[in-house]
Design a protein around this ligand. Structure first.
Ligand SMILES: [Mg+2]
Length: 397
């Protein structure tokens, strides 16, 4: 008798990663409501919040001002990307020691294909979780399933179910054959890639749970959501045969311009930022990535250089979102009348667009078609040929 051979896929996600790194640096933060995020006076948002802060109502992507009103004792830290990046590399090294089949999908998340290891998935997950804590000092949650989609949802579900005010350190195993059964009772928003807008569309169409989605025909889902409806048809059943892809390095994509003559002209600087943002977004779309981090670089005429960056709530490959983000950052460093020698726009912490499935969320189908058309024109006539008025509004969450 030959049994069907199921894959063993682990999805690992570091718990409140930025906060956990801050707590390693300053153990007195233990048990306190704290968060990493932008300053309220710069209209900053929360990128990561401790579990005591969550108990107090703070959520990531919440404006920092609102978070401080919600939770007056909240300690707001500005964060140190270099430290996060170093810890992320250290964790990924541990994963690489376990199996060669590691796919990093963001700074704090990775898939591992451990099908070839003799132990069962849960045993491997427990050992891995303990190793990451012992060697790096960071807590993590792990989902185990026969594919990436279900493993990722298992991690999130495990975290959601843990109600304590400390790191969840969840491990949730979905046995092979039980994928659809596991997904069915979960709310539609638990589906990987379904954000607030898509959730509203699903609920308006009477689909409150993932199980509800499986009661609809392919044709109906396609009519409602276009080609993503077809993806949704399979995904709601826990079907996903995408392989774990190696060498998914977290890269960065950036563009910069040195002015032929230093300039303090605001219109010129803004227009340059807009062009650079469009180039970065175009390169992201060409490479199939969305960026979680957007940065700006300014070199003044005395060669002193400033960079500022921000983590977005929702990774993006959109001109408008990147431009509005760098424009906000620009306002925080620009000094009126001070000549600028070089200006740059960068993106980092890249995630694959297909993983993100934010296509369901933003841009709208119409915006997507417009961008595709612009990309075609750029290929045909060169990148300089197309300059597009910024019409896409950034998401307001
Ligand atoms: Mg995480």
């Amino acid at each position: 008798m030959t049994a069907t051979r199921f894959r063993k896929i682990l999805h690992l996600d570091l718990d409140a990663f930025f906060c956990a790194v801050e707590e390693l640096k300053d153990p007195s933060l233990d048990g306190k409501a704290f968060a990493v995020g932008g300053k309220p006076e710069h209209r900053g948002v929360i990128s990561s919040c401790s579990y005591p802060a969550r108990k107090c109502g703070v959520r990531s992507a919440m404006p920092s001002g609102q978070a401080l009103r919600q939770c007056p004792q909240l300690i707001l830290l500005s964060g140190s990307y270099g430290d996060y990046s170093a810890k992320s590399h250290a964790v990924m090294d541990i994963l690489d020691q376990l199996t060669g089949l590691v796919e990093q999908i963001s700074i704090d998340e990775a898939f591992l294909d451990v099908s070839d290891l003799p132990q069962d998935g849960e045993t491997i997950a427990r050992k891995l979780q303990a190793d990451v804590l012992a060697n790096i000092g960071l807590p993590c949650s792990i989902g185990v399933a026969s594919n990436k989609l279900v493993a990722k949802i298992a991690t999130n579900t495990g975290k959601t179910r843990s109600k304590g005010d400390s790191y969840p350190r969840a491990i949730l195993v979905v046995p092979p054959g039980k994928e659809a059964e596991f997904l069915a009772p979960l709310p539609a928003k638990a589906m990987w890639g379904v954000g607030p807008k898509m959730e509203t569309s699903l609920v308006n169409a009477g689909m409150h749970t993932i199980g509800d989605i499986t009661t609809r025909s392919k044709a109906e889902l396609e009519r409602l959501f276009g080609k993503y409806g077809l993806e949704l048809y399979d995904r709601a059943r826990g079907i996903d045969d995408r392989p774990v892809i190696l060498d998914r390095q977290v890269k960065s994509i950036s563009q910069e311009t040195t002015f032929s003559k230093d300039t303090a002209d605001l219109t010129t600087l803004r227009r340059t930022l807009k062009d650079l943002s469009a180039h970065v977004a175009y390169n992201l779309r060409q490479e199939g990535f969305c960026a979680r981090v957007v940065r700006i670089k300014i070199r003044w005429s005395d060669f002193s250089t400033h960079t500022r960056q921000v983590s977005l709530a929702q990774p993006t490959d959109q001109d408008g979102v990147i431009y509005s983000t760098v424009e906000t950052l620009f306002k925080t460093i620009w000094t009126s009348g001070k000549p600028v020698r070089l200006i740059g726009v960068g993106s980092a912490d890249l995630v694959e667009t297909s993983h993100q499935m934010t296509l369901w969320e933003t841009p709208t189908e119409k915006e997507r078609r417009l961008l595709d058309a612009l990309d075609e024109l750029r290929e045909k006539y060169g990148k300089q040929a197309v300059r597009r008025a910024i019409k896409i509004k950034p998401r307001d969450d």
